[in-house]
Write a protein that binds this ligand. Structure first.
Ligand code: ATP
Ligand code: MG
Length: 420
């Protein structure tokens, strides 16, 4: 028996209704916020992520699926979407067409991590990106979109939007040095990883999940206390606009994000419902990414929702059952089957979920099947009915029986009454 690769998971038909629900709600809101769908490839040149995400990040250092293809090119399966979307934006000169480019992408990402509940090697994200404008009201709008998606999906009671500002090219290096000094003083308490990243990527220590590191992080100097005047007033504006957009939020100076391209406002949508995994969605500003990837100097902001985690929260709240047929045609004999097929086809073309028996089983077993499928009406057609041109219909809910004309019009009429 060949099993799936570790960390790669099937999403079975009983689960897909939750995914469809999440994605439909998201698509609907994205559309009304003016976002258009973009579809990016699974494979990119390794260099894109090296340059885009940053070579000292966990993703690039440890988590990427990289290989040489048969032509000897070094490629990677995308671990996230922002770098790819930025690449597509530059390569197709979208800045010329869309001065304000608002795009979204839904699809799988690949990271070689230790699989556990809520953490897979292939996982899915809803990615949202805006290129072209840097504005405090836009930042709040992007977070409002995230909050509204959570709200529409029905999970907003279980999440917190945590916001921070990680400074700019001017103030971050100053804070960085202050933090390095502080971390060096507390070196003994830090884990192996944090000691290693101390010089190269000290902000990551604030994000470490180990308990001792968390304690050190909690009393570390706060970035928000070291922002330059420009960043501070920008951040204050963002917070004000969040109120105007009616987005509940908290400021958390420890939110730093693990990718190098972030600058300025960053945020996470967190929950306590998913055990070790706390982030349902995350994002922030990336004002230099497009330029660093060789494009024009265009600012950007975006976020990604982890679909597995959002679905897990949705499942805790809502039960979505598979659709049940409105009609189940229990046919007795080939002549009845042949008479019913065009009717079944017409109903289906009109969007009415209809099932029909293909095996020549007894009426009793066909009725059991109609029951198992939770069909609303079982339609019985045998020789007698064929002769009269009528069908016996059993209302499985009301447990009543009646007969109607054996024609698609008669069934469509019944279906319409059902809708009303
Ligand atoms: P985490 O801290 O949980 O590792 P991250 O900072 O690596 O998350 P991002 O790169 O910001 O995550 O991705 C955005 C979202 O994608 C996360 O908030 C999470 O919901 C989801 N996500 C990230 N990695 C995984 C994974 N391996 N399996 C399932 N979902 C994931
Ligand atoms: Mg991670």
């Amino acid at each position: 028996m060949i099993k799936a690769v570790k960390g790669f998971k099937d999403i079975l038909p009983d689960e897909t209704p939750y995914w469809q629900f999440l994605e439909e709600k998201a698509r609907k809101l994205l559309k009304s916020f003016g976002f258009r769908e973009i579809r990016i490839p699974v494979l990119e040149k390794l260099e894109l992520f090296d340059r885009g995400i940053g070579s000292t990040t966990d993703i690039v250092e440890k988590e990427m699926y990289t290989f040489k293809d048969k032509g000897g090119n070094l490629v990677a399966m995308r671990p996230e979407a922002t770098a790819s979307i930025a690449r597509a934006y530059i390569e197709n000169a979208l800045h010329l067409k869309d001065p304000l480019g608002k795009y979204y992408f839904i699809g799988p990402m690949f990271r070689y991590e230790r699989p556990q509940a809520g953490r897979l090697r292939q996982f899915n994200q809803i990615n949202v990106e805006v290129f072209g404008t840097k504005s405090s009201s836009l930042d709040a709008e992007v977070m409002a979109l995230l909050h509204n998606i959570a709200d529409e999906v029905g999970i907003s009671d279980g999440v917190t939007l945590e916001v921070n500002h990680i400074g700019c090219k001017k103030c971050r290096p100053i804070y960085r040095q202050i933090l390095i000094n502080y971390l060096n003083q507390n070196r003994e308490a830090l884990c192996e990883d944090c000691r290693k990243r101390l010089e190269r990527n000290p902000l990551r220590a604030l994000d470490c999940k180990r308990q001792n590191c968390r304690r050190v992080a909690l009393s570390a100097p706060k970035l928000t206390d070291h922002l330059c005047d420009e960043c501070r007033s920008y951040f204050e504006e963002v917070i004000e606009y969040l109120q105007i957009y009616q987005v509940p939020h908290v400021i958390n100076p420890l939110i730093v994000r693990g990718l190098d391209y972030y600058t300025g406002v960053v945020f996470e949508l967190t929950t306590t419902e998913l055990g070790a995994q706390s982030a349902v969605a995350a994002g922030g500003r990336y004002d230099y990414l497009v330029e660093e990837l060789g494009g024009p100097s265009v600012p950007g902001i975006g976020f990604a929702i982890g679909e597995e985690r959002a679905v897990a929260m949705l499942k805790n709240r809502k039960k979505l059952t598979p659709p049940a047929p409105l009609f189940f045609f229990a046919v007795l004999g080939d002549a009845a089957k042949k008479k019913c097929i065009p009717i079944v086809l017409e109903l289906r073309k009109r969007g009415v979920y209809t099932e029909m028996e293909h095996e020549n089983r007894s009426l009793k077993s066909q009725m059991r099947k109609a029951n198992r499928l939770k069909a609303r009406y079982a339609v019985m057609v045998g020789e007698d009915e064929l002769e009269k041109g009528r069908a016996v219909v059993r209302d499985m809910e009301k447990k009543e029986q009646f007969d109607i004309e054996l024609s698609s019009e008669a069934f469509l009429k019944l279906a319409e009454e059902e809708v009303r």
